[in-house]
Design a protein. Structure first.
Length: 255
């Protein structure tokens, strides 16, 4: 399925960063795009600045809020056939002391793992009723090669990867395909100073490459820009230990 154009797309967690940039790029290609976020004022500002973008208030950490937002989206946009589970947070954690990491770890897992699971639960039946639909997950290069400062984030994205692999098998006999976007470090506000980090890929370059990959290979299972492949395939190449040492020696992040 070509998810780059001619679809109705819902992207929660898209009021900034990769989510918003991807929403705008998909809208430019002629898709009907609906974005979700917690702040009604921010959503209103985006809707005013970008006419044609739909918005819905949703907190992906709130099960009842997800179901309410899903009902609204399904009602307003019955042709919805693409859901991109974009919401995520990243925290620096010190696991040598429980008081330094437990609350953070719980928040990361709630947002990054339970959030996508609840979103999928809210939309999977609807998507199966469409003649051609796609469920898009967002993992990370750090699902495959860890950044030591963010254990919960790494684990959450590894979970998203394996969830994506499993759902692709379960949904193989339905109209729903599963595509996993695997970002590298991108210049967003995911971590402090990441939006200016020389180790992170410029946001506009990242989204442009993602869109080109979506257009060029509508059957792709994973969307991997060139800059994430050194993380994604480290174990297969046989240089996993060297890459782990390199990314943890440098003052860098990966998403």
């Amino acid at each position: 399925m070509d998810i780059a154009a001619h679809n109705t797309v819902f992207i929660p967690g898209a009021t900034s960063g990769i989510g918003l940039a991807l929403a705008l790029a998909l809208h430019k290609e002629g898709n009907t795009v609906v974005i979700g976020g917690r702040r009604a004022d921010r959503l209103a500002a985006i809707e005013a600045e970008h006419p044609g973008i739909g918005t819905v208030v949703v907190d992906t950490t709130d099960p009842a809020g997800i179901e309410a937002a899903a009902q609204e989206v399904r009602t307003r946009y019955p042709q919805l056939n693409v859901v991109i589970a974009m919401a995520g947070i990243m925290r620096i954690e010190d696991w040598r002391r429980p008081e330094a990491f437990l609350a953070s770890a719980e928040a990361v897992i709630t947002t990054n793992v339970l959030g996508p699971i609840r979103l999928i639960a809210a939309f999977v039946e609807h998507l199966q009723k469409q003649p051609d639909a796609t469920l898009v997950t967002v993992s990370s290069g750090l699902a495959f090669t860890p950044f030591a400062a963010t254990p919960s984030y790494n684990a959450s994205k590894a979970a998203v990867h394996m969830l994506s692999e499993s759902l692709r098998i379960q949904l193989a006999d339905t109209s729903v395909s599963v595509v996993e976007i695997v970002p590298p470090a991108v210049r967003t506000a995911l971590l402090p100073d990441q939006d200016t980090s020389e180790h992170a890929m410029p946001l506009d370059e990242y989204v442009a490459e993602v869109m080109e990959l979506l257009r060029s290979d509508p059957t792709a299972k994973e969307i991997q820009v060139e800059r994430v492949k050194f993380l994604r395939h480290a174990e297969a190449r046989g240089d996993y230990d060297e890459i782990v040492a390199a990314i943890n020696a440098a003052d860098s992040h990966g998403t």
